[in-house]
Write a protein that binds this ligand. Sequence first.
Ligand code: ADP
Length: 524
Amino acid sequence: MNVTRKIALLLAVVFLLPALFFSGYELSSLNKDEAMIQDVYNKQLEAILFSVNQYSDDAINRWIAQVQAGVESRTDSSTLPASIAKLLELNSALTAVFVIDTLAGVPRQNVYTLDDKITRDVTALLKDTSWQDPGKIHQLMNYQRSGFQKVEALDGPSPNDEPAQWIVFIIQDAEQKPCVAGTVIQPELFIEDLIGPRLQGIARDQFVLSVIRKSTSAMVYNTVAGDTARLPAEALTKDFWLLPDYALGIRSQGPSLQDVVRDRTLTNMGLLLAVDIILILAVILVYRNIKKEVQLAQNKSDFVSNVSHEIRTPLALISMFAETLEMGRVKSEEKKQEYYGIIHKEAHRLSGIVNKILNFSQAEANKKVFHPVRLHPDTEIREILKTYDFHLANKGFTYTFTGLADLYVRADREAFIETVINLIDNAVKYSGETKRIEITCARSGSTGQIAVRDFGIGISRQDQRHVFDKFYRVSSGNLAGTRGTGLGLSLVKQLMVAQGGDITLESEPGKGSTFTLTFPLESP
Ligand code: ADP
């Protein structure tokens, strides 16, 4: 595994894994916590609705006690007992009270109301026993025998046009025998008069309590006046024990707990996500910096070995031919001239390398002083080509130059020549079979451009991003034996930027490369 991979793995293990693990854990526990809060809250709401149900049961039990007292106080069956009369007077929701008992073996139906018509109606309705569920009444009897007072809501018919709820229970008649008794109530009046105040008392500013008629889903009572819309989905509902067609609903006032919990969960998730993203970005940044440093260190060490090699070869040649000449072994003048030529050429190459390194270190330390002048690229390039003509022809290269007579740019002359030569040198070094170079001058907007194009090995997209880095050399695909320092293009880039220009590259592996120098334009 290479160094950068190891670093990436280390960063991931040390920073990312714990953070992501923690985030995952937090998210899952967030949901759990919220489910628990919701559960506890729902239980509290259920308890409140339970207390409402119990309250209405208590109310009906108080009524039963009064009916029982009335039955016990009866002297004859036709008169309305005082306690039942009071009950009817005080509760407008109570339409009728009836008692079915047996006196001297004769079953009787006593109906007590405040209205004769209703008395007649209820008496008639009682005769029709089809709605009376004998099974349920039998069960009530059993409960009574075991000492429990239970009530049963039966779907009886309505004595007037109002909806009616028949509530049947067992009391003791004058002979202390169990008998069936019941009340006919108007459920919505019952809710309004008896349960409403209780609901208001519970609701205060905290809750909204409602009663819904199940058969029509209509809201028949609500603690918030005027709010008769349907019950919101988040409300908790429970059956109304006493009134089977009705249900009790409760929800918190203002934003519901679900909303609060959802908001909190979303905020927490958002924050966690943001922290994770920042962390991932930070790790990527650190990784990229480290990778760069590692690459630089690698390039530097390659540079040292490249330069040593570059210097050693001409030095070896120089010392070999100088020694041969010194020993006087070379007799022919022709050979001598050839050896001098080689020594001169190698010394020139050596000084070229040393100059490049010096120039680079100067530019790197920002010590290079520029003298920008109005420059005529056409002339300068022709000069360079004149000097290079022999060298290029010698290497088997042909070249074309397309100048622009009225193009003037602002540049430091020495730096200009150095950059162009560097590009021509590279074109020579990295051309394969097609030994052709095209140099073009052009104007584009407020810049003057010099392009050096070759038809050589080209540079992959991946390497294009690095060729201007110091010490960088493309490791694969280089022509065999092509040596270099990896400083040339980095130096060119530094020189160009320092002069207010730039260098760009277009290249395709196998097809060649075009390096374009951009200089600030000067008026012709
Ligand atoms: P070097 O001394 O290695 O030539 P440079 O900085 O001049 O250093 O170039 C960096 C690398 O860019 C080279 O090693 C080479 O791989 C690649 N390169 C530069 N010019 C060309 C070109 N004209 N064609 C193909 N590859 C090139």
